[in-house]
Ligand binder design. Structure first.
Ligand code: PEP
Length: 248
């Protein structure tokens, strides 16, 4: 059975003042029975990791370069993230795919590098609204999974996040039946490719998760947690999601 994970993505939000939320969060999640992860901007990783020491909170990056080092101005390697105190890295988020043209092949290379550096790769997939309307969601998700999860990978270092692009930051969510359909499909796809080990891969749902809708989403088949954007910025909201997942 997959472990449960509540992951927060701060995106390009947060300077030093935002670290006050981390102190509040670590205090609030003391008795969480699920894993808890926050992925701040790279500038905050090291300080957040220091603050998280001895607590239930883990810290991650939001992307990494496939190479270990070199002439790649502005990029960050997986080893650098690990050195800063990260244990995870979000890869292939739809905003990275859209803003930086990241392909499935690029995401697979990043994931390979992340896993090699000892990080857990949180690999994101999800359809656009046009793809949902065209009824090709399952094909899109299958193809992204096939292309973005590297071959011969250590499955204990893989997490998948299903994030419909049209549900991110919009306040809109798929129906519970739509979430179940995609998550069941992803589990079957991964099991076909990787065998029994696929059942231990956490499958997160992401897209406008908040304290008020978390319980019904966590009750959906094959949903092992959430990747949360906006509602991860405030400790009060995120800790509410963490405690709902702990109780699920
Ligand atoms: C995200 O950024 O991955 C996300 C799901 O954002 P939000 O929760 O704000 O929709």
């Amino acid at each position: 059975m997959a472990r449960k994970l509540a992951a927060g993505n701060w995106k390009m939000n947060g300077t030093t003042a935002a670290l006050a939320e981390v102190a509040a969060l670590t205090a609030a999640i003391g008795d969480a029975t699920c894993e808890v992860l926050l992925c701040p901007p790279a500038t905050l990783i090291s300080r957040m990791a220091d603050m998280a020491q001895g607590s239930h909170l883990m810290v991650g990056g939001q992307t990494c370069h496939p190479n270990g080092s070199g002439a790649h101005t502005g990029d960050i390697s997986a080893a650098m993230l690990a050195d800063a105190g990260a244990t995870h890295v979000i890869l292939g988020h739809s905003e990275r795919r859209a803003d930086h043209g990241e392909t499935d092949e690029a995401v697979a290379a990043q994931a390979g590098a992340a896993i090699e550096a000892g990080l857990i790769a949180v690999i994101c997939v999800g359809e656009t609204e046009a793809e949902r309307d065209a009824d090709v969601t399952l094909n899109v998700v299958s193809s992204q999974l096939a292309g973005s999860v590297p071959e011969g990978t250590d499955l204990s270092h893989v997490v998948i996040a299903y994030e419909p692009v049209w549900a991110i930051g919009t306040g809109r969510t798929p129906t519970l039946e739509q979430i179940a359909e995609v998550h069941d499909h992803m589990r079957a796809d991964l099991a076909e490719r990787f065998g029994n080990g696929a059942h231990d891969i956490p499958l997160l749902y992401g897209g406008s998760v908040k304290p008020s809708n978390a319980a019904e989403i966590f009750a959906v088949s094959n949903v092992d947690g959430a990747l949360v954007g906006g509602a991860s910025l405030k400790a009060a909201d995120f800790s509410g999601i963490v405690s709902t997942l702990s109780a699920a």
